[in-house]
Design a protein around this ligand. Structure first.
Ligand code: PLP
Length: 363
């Protein structure tokens, strides 16, 4: 479990400069999807199972936390402070793994469409002892975050470690640069052919950014297709470009031997047509793609992220854009059952405001 990341094996200088803690079970499995491939007319279709990235709480965010939480501990922080929507997978995973490393977690949350997974993620935070704050708007949340940051700093005499939404700081993005080197090792081992197209959902953009940088640095020519599932003000081609520049500059400074790609040449295909009317809103195309994937491959997807990425793949396949291509679908949500983490939890211990998700939900 605490194995050296593939990235560090190739670039030992990075291992000297960058703190890391093993939280994941890597590599995550790669599997062929012949049934879905046949239905979509794609001869070579595989899935990368990041939903199984860790034993207790999987999904794509744990890769980032291996670097973020190690950095926080290395800097002597006692707590992390992070951001997300109320049902944020990142906030939940962060709270859980912070607790595993004896770090506290303060989560600053924005309201979102109610869903069963949202309630589960709030409870994961509660179980981990995280401090949860919800505010109605981005400005109100930012103001409260500044206050919470100061309050915790005064209380502990140390600043909390600040983590942007989704864990997509350059440090967090390194988790996905590493994922690209992991994928290369799987290609070399014959687990899958080198993909032409890689589909994944894009929220805070760190996963797409890390893969785009890492794949090119690892010598693969795979094209990343990043399917936006959050509002335009949070993600898009321009914002992704900024993040790519920031990350490439940072990594180049860490290790001059690392083959940092030119961010302008990375050509990530950002897709805006699958937002489906709202974050966490499941439109009929997404529901259908999720149902078909379950029927043909027994593979579960979530409606907020991975289902929309799959909808893009369905649409492209129907339009002929995947003909003759080797396609990889990156599964990003957590598929581990959360019941073991949530036993005997009472949602009435949540802050009063957040309890409303339980009143008008079906729980
Ligand atoms: C956060 C998340 C994503 C998107 O990853 P980013 O790095 O934030 O773009 C995709 N799928 C799921 C299930 C997620 O929770």
């Amino acid at each position: 479990m605490a194995e050296k990341p593939d990235l560090f094996r190739t670039y030992p200088q990075l291992a000297v400069r960058v703190p890391h803690v093993g939280l994941c079970d890597l590599p995550t499995p790669v599997a062929a999807m012949p049934g879905l491939g046949e239905a979509l007319g794609i001869e070579s279709l595989h899935v990368k199972r990041d939903d199984l990235s860790a034993r207790e709480y999987g999904g794509n965010k744990v890769r980032k936390l291996e670097f973020l939480l190690a950095d926080a501990a290395h800097r002597g922080c006692r707590e992390v402070l992070t951001f997300g929507f109320a049902g944020s997978n990142f906030a939940a995973a962060c709270a859980h793994y912070a607790r595993c490393l004896d770090l506290g977690c303060v989560s600053m949350l924005l309201p979102q469409e109610n869903a069963a997974y949202l309630r589960d993620n709030l409870l994961v935070g509660l179980a981990a002892g995280a401090e949860l704050h919800e505010r109605d708007s981005v400005p109100a949340l930012a103001a409260d975050a500044a206050w919470q940051f100061t309050r915790h700093w005064l209380r502990h005499g140390r600043r909390p470690y600040w983590i942007p939404a989704g864990g997509s700081s350059p440090t967090g993005v390194l988790g996905f640069v590493n994922a690209a080197f992991e994928l290369r090792a799987q290609v070399e081992a014959g687990d899958l052919p080198e993909p032409d197209r890689l589909y994944l959902a894009m929220g805070s953009m760190g996963s797409a950014a890390g893969l785009a940088i890492g794949l090119r640095a690892a010598g693969l020519s795979t094209r990343v297709v990043a399917v936006r599932v959050v509002e335009k003000k949070f993600a898009g081609a321009r914002l992704l470009d900024d993040l790519l520049h920031q990350c490439c500059g940072w990594i180049g400074n860490l290790d001059s031997g690392f083959p940092v790609p030119d961010p302008a040449q990375l050509e990530v295909e950002v897709r805006d047509e699958f937002f489906g009317g709202g974050y966490g809103v499941i439109d009929s195309d997404t529901a259908k793609a999720i149902r078909r994937t379950a029927e043909l491959e027994h593979l579960g997807l979530d409606g907020t992220y991975s289902g929309k990425a799959m909808t893009a793949l369905f649409r492209d396949a129907a339009a002929g854009a995947c003909a003759g291509k080797r396609v990889l679908f990156w599964s990003t949500f957590n598929s581990r059952p959360l019941a073991p983490l949530l036993a005997d939890l009472d949602h009435r211990r949540l802050p009063t405001r957040l309890q409303r998700y339980f009143r008008d939900g079906e729980r």
